[in-house]
Design a protein around this ligand. Sequence first.
Ligand code: C5P
Length: 397
Amino acid sequence: MKAPRILLIVGGGIAAYKACELVRLIRKGGGSVTCVLTNGGAHFVTAMTLAALSENPVHTTLWDLKNEAEMGHIQLSRQADLVVVCPATADLLARMAAGIADDLASTLLLATDKPVLAVPAMNVRMWQHAATRRNVATLRGDGVQVLEPDEGPMACGEFGPGRLPEPVVIWAAIEASLGKYNEHLPLTGKHVLVTAGPTHEPIDPVRYIANRSSGKQGFAIAEAAAIAGARVTLVAGPVVLPTPTGVDRVDVESAREMADAVEAALPADIAVLVAAVADWRAAEYTGRKIKKNGAGPPALALAENPDILAGLAKSNRRPSLLVGFAAETNNVLEHAAEKRLRKGVDWIVANDVSGDVMGGALNTVHIVTAHGTESLPEMPKSDVARALVARIADAFA
Ligand code: C5P
């Protein structure tokens, strides 16, 4: 694909500072950026910053006659492959939805014949207001792609949906959009196998060995892979999570059931094994409830479970890209690098689970490959999923 050209409209919100990082990522990803700064945006970042990062002139006003002679607003709006509005404020979304053209940004948005991706960021009440809901629905109906904002603490001190997604995630969405507008999703035709959640290892009919895995990260990866066009099989341990749209789900309880389900789902082009598989199971399963008999606690003998990931790495049906996870509480990167080699997998996604990652909404991961380690900032698990799937798509590009 030739280098994508992005027209980036920077609206007036505190999240505008993240647009600077986005410019850097687009350029790092091989794209070129031309920035348009609204009056509001100029209160948060300067044209100088965006010009320096994009190495292109920044456009700020419709009434720049010299500019109008050299490059009219119609031409500016059409020479890009994709128009990105980031941050898209409530006001900008409203003016886009109403078709208002009273400044450079809104005029370009009305004049463009190119796909538009809007990345909203605003206060949670503004995002949830009926007027904004209506405007977003109108824009989506008009074919504008409107990303969902992240949920979390906001600059204004409130909590909820309305935060700008991390720049790496916006870049992944840009890449996905460019792929889509090329009529080809990045993982079309690929079969992606994902495992997620804990396993439950029965001791007797009422007791089992478990762990704190919620399945959220694995489910998010399955969803992101499906959005990227893959056929997805999700082998899920016991969790209460809705099945992502377009994903084939196989529910299992124990590690051995998970191993069988993984085997049955092969062949796959890509496997991402996220599940926190129990290392051990009760060596003997008693069909009857073990009773307290006054003789003290019973001994619980353990047997080792199959290592599904290591087994898949050795299998003659090994997927061409095999990704494992490593939940660690100390020396995260060292253990991950060691695990990658020992288990014979291509990538290990390492995360530090010493905090409340297990069951929580946020994750901080490091992607360890043969070429080195990429550390991503702390972000929602859905964003981690999108970023990982973007890298998987790159590996197959
Ligand atoms: O060795 P450890 O359990 O830390 O390895 C974690 C990785 O291995 C994860 O990708 C997990 O899904 C996978 N695994 C597995 N089968 C096991 C244990 C772990 O597939 N029995």
